[in-house]
Design a protein around this ligand. Structure first.
Ligand code: COA
Length: 160
């Protein structure tokens, strides 16, 4: 069984890694599916985001996790890849509304695709990639929210 964990991952955070570590043992292969054509203007390029995810996943020893990019509708991409599930993390009540709408749209677009929701650890409930980028921009300690390779990548961004 192939499941996809889609997102922008700009950058990957400890919260995303927490979801990955919970989901990976439940499926044969878990693909972190990086959106390259999202409406969001990203700090990291798609290649940079993929490389960072690969490093972080290897660092925590998840051997059945792959990383790829996608454009367009996730429902179509899942069909092309033969994936039967999407993994989504739930952090707080405010995530539900968006997730409901996305799940129903994806179900219409690809009825063979099921969405699996995993609760993030409570330590990660308030993290998002934009909070990380904000904390970094103002010189705060991003090491509280992201793993060392991402801390280093953010540092390089601000000096380049
Ligand atoms: N830990 C930490 N942060 C998390 C998190 C977790 N467990 N789960 C989500 N987040 C953060 C994300 O980093 C993101 O942060 P940001 O908005 O500050 O950048 C925010 O919470 C929202 O996450 P998410 O809902 O996963 O948005 P996303 O932009 O990362 O990914 C796509 C959204 C790409 C999966 C979705 O838009 C998509 O599938 N697009 C393709 C087009 C499509 O098919 N559209 C129809 C779907 S109905």
């Amino acid at each position: 069984m192939l499941a996809l964990y889609p997102g922008t991952f700009d950058p990957i955070t400890n919260g995303h890694l927490d979801v990955l570590a919970r989901a990976a043992p439940l499926v044969e292969t878990l693909e972190v599916t990086v959106a390259v054509n999202a409406e969001k203007k990203t700090l990291f390029t798609a290649n940079e985001r993929v490389a960072l995810i690969r490093t972080c996943v290897d660092d925590i020893g998840l051997t059945n996790v792959t990383v790829a990019t996608f454009e367009g509708l996730i429902a179509d991409y899942a069909r092309q890849r033969g994936a039967t599930a999407l993994v989504r993390g739930l952090r707080q009540v405010s995530d539900f509304d968006y997730e409901f709408r996305m799940a129903f749209a994806n179900r219409r677009l690809n009825p063979a695709l099921e969405t699996l929701y995993l609760m993030t650890g409570e330590d990660h409930a308030m993290i998002s990639s934009s909070i990380v980028r904000d904390v970094h921009r103002w010189g705060g300690d991003v090491g509280l929210f992201v793993p060392p390779p991402v801390v280093e990548a953010l540092r390089r961004k601000s000096t380049s």
